[in-house]
Design a protein around this ligand. Structure first.
Ligand SMILES: Nc1nc2c(ncn2[C@@H]2O[C@H](COP(=O)(O)OP(=O)(O)OP(=O)(O)O)[C@@H](O)[C@H]2O)c(=O)[nH]1
Length: 308
């Protein structure tokens, strides 16, 4: 396939974050020692680059112990920043493993409409297919016919079975039927799409709670994973979505999408620092192959890379 490579696209998605840092730090060149004003500027730059105040303070502290790094050129400064970011990201880099017994492993996928939920479901299904697992999709968002239709298109493209009811159908009932069928047919992974109407928190909570209750009746361990899909282009907004969805659904892990294009990917670091939830993968495009493992050192390196 022609076009930009994985890393070029990822670089694009983190560019805004890394450029913000780069611009703010370029004035430090030639100094022999960082003074308090320099540290203030760095801290501010890190905050405007979406890394969040806690992370910015952490890096500032680290640099205040290493004020001489500026004397060794910006390369050294870059290394210290990258290392601090990587230290926060490494513990949360955790791929989604299929290890549930008895099968199927049930993965509930949640997130606001437009976050890239449906596309992420297709990408995950593709990934698991490549690992030789039998996958089935469930159209649990019954509020919009378009959502059901879109998932059906992906199921066909992937060549995987799908359980879908009519628009307005009872999603918990559909999920129940899907688990029964998946169990009977030896499916390994059941990926469930859910409604993402964040504006109505009560209804969303009731709906997700009902799906979880029904699942628990068939298998107390289900859902095994509750994966929240976040859109990197929403920047800080992604953080409040984590708060809300943790409260309504008990999130077990994250996938961040749209880390290509004009994303504000620095928010990944803020999310990791604040929540410590596993980050399973990142999305960097619209096709089923555009899911990439979350590589802490790679991301940290790119974010810090433009400091000059
Ligand atoms: N550039 C880019 N676009 C993406 C990515 N993931 C999803 N998209 C696009 O974002 C748009 C929304 O994605 P969907 O998967 O339909 O999102 P959804 O959350 O299911 O949204 P609804 O269908 O409205 O519920 C689509 O145009 C996708 O092609 C990604 O990683 N990168």
């Amino acid at each position: 396939m022609s076009g930009p490579s994985w890393s070029e696209r990822l670089l694009g998605g983190l560019k805004r974050t890394s450029e913000r840092l780069g611009e703010n730090l370029s004035g430090l060149t030639g100094k022999s020692r960082l003074d308090d004003d320099d540290l203030d500027r760095i801290e501010e730059a890190l905050i405007t680059a979406d890394l969040g105040p806690a992370m910015a303070a952490r890096i500032r502290d680290r640099l205040s112990e290493r004020r001489d790094v500026a004397a060794n050129g910006t390369e050294e400064l870059r290394k210290v920043v990258a290392e601090e970011i990587a230290a926060v990201l490494r513990p949360v880099a955790e791929p989604l493993e299929i290890d549930a017994f008895p099968r199927p492993q049930v993965i509930l996928v949640i997130g606001v409409n437009g976050s890239g939920k449906t596309t992420t479901i297709a990408k995950l299904a593709h990934l698991f297919q490549e690992q030789d697992y039998g996958v089935m999709l469930v159209a649990g968002d019954t509020f919009r016919a378009a959502a059901i239709g879109q998932l059906k298109v992906w199921a066909e493209r992937l060549g995987v079975p799908i359980m879908a009811g009519p628009e307005g159908g009872d999603s918990a009932g559909i999920v129940f039927d899907a688990v029964k069928q998946a169990t009977a047919t030896g499916i390994d992974v059941l990926i469930v799409d859910t409604a993402g109407r964040l504006q109505n928190k009560r209804e969303l909570m009731d709906e997700l709670a009902k799906i979880k209750r029904v699942l628990g009746r068939l298998n107390p361990a289900a859902p095994h994973d509750v994966v929240l899909v976040l859109d990197a282009t929403t920047g800080q907004n992604a953080l409040s979505q984590i708060d809300v969805f943790r409260e309504v659904a008990g999130v077990t892990g994250l996938v961040m999408t749209k880390l290509d294009g004009t994303a504000r990917g620095g928010v990944l670091v803020a999310a990791a620092e604040r929540h410590g939830l596993p980050i399973h993968a990142i999305g960097i495009g619209e096709t089923m192959g555009d899911l990439r493992p979350f590589d802490a050192d790679e991301i940290a390196g790119i974010i810090a890379g433009n400091i000059r």
